[in-house]
Design a protein around this ligand. Structure first.
Ligand code: FE
Length: 141
C-alpha cells in the first residue's frame, strides 16, 4: 500500500537541514553521529519522508561502520537500489521505493543469511517502537 509522497517544500519545512540534505540531495550524516547507530529497541524503521516501513530491528546489527546497519529490508520491495558512481566509487544506492528518498548504500559484506549490509543514515529513518505500533493499531480499531 503506497503512502502519499511529500513535496520537497513540505520536506524542507518538516525535516532538519541534515535530514533534508541526506534524503533529498543524497547526502551522508557523519559516521557515529546518528541517533540510531546503537539504537536497540524493538520495532520498525520507516522512511522519515513518507512513512513507508523499511527495516525491522530484528535484522539490525552492529557493523562497526558508524551507521545503522541491517542485513535485509522488510519483505515487499520497500527499497529500490541504483548504481552509484559518485566520488569515484562504484556503490549501490538504496532509496525508498515509495518516495525515492535517499537512504544509504548496500554492500556485500554483511552477515548471513543474506551477506548484505544495508548501511543507512539515521536521519533518513523514523523509528516506530513496538509499543507505539501496538497502540496505533489499537486506536485504529
Ligand atoms: Fe519514503
Amino acid at each position: 500500500m503506497s503512502k502519499p509522497v511529500p513535496t520537497a517544500e513540505e520536506l524542507r519545512a518538516r525535516l532538519s537541514p541534515l535530514a533534508f540534505e541526506v534524503t533529498c540531495n543524497k547526502g551522508t550524516e557523519r559516521a557515529f553521529t546518528g541517533a540510531y547507530t546503537y539504537h536497540k529497541e524493538r520495532g520498525v524503521y520507516a522512511c522519515v519522508c513518507c512513512g513507508n516501513e523499511l527495516f525491522h530491528s530484528d535484522t539490525k546489527y552492529d557493523s562497526g561502520s558508524g551507521w545503522p546497519s541491517f542485513w535485509t529490508p522488510l519483505a515487499g520491495d520497500r527499497v529500490r537500489e541504483h548504481r552509484d558512481t559518485s566520488y569515484g566509487m562504484l556503490r549501490t544506492e538504496v532509496v525508498c521505493a515509495n518516495c525515492d528518498a535517499h537512504l544509504g548504500h548496500v554492500f556485500e559484506d554483511g552477515p548471513q543469511p543474506t551477506g548484505l549490509r544495508y548501511c543507512i543514515n539515521s536521519v533518513s529513518l523514523a523509528f516506530q517502537g513496538a509499543a507505539e505500533s501496538k497502540s496505533a493499531a489499537e486506536s485504529n480499531k
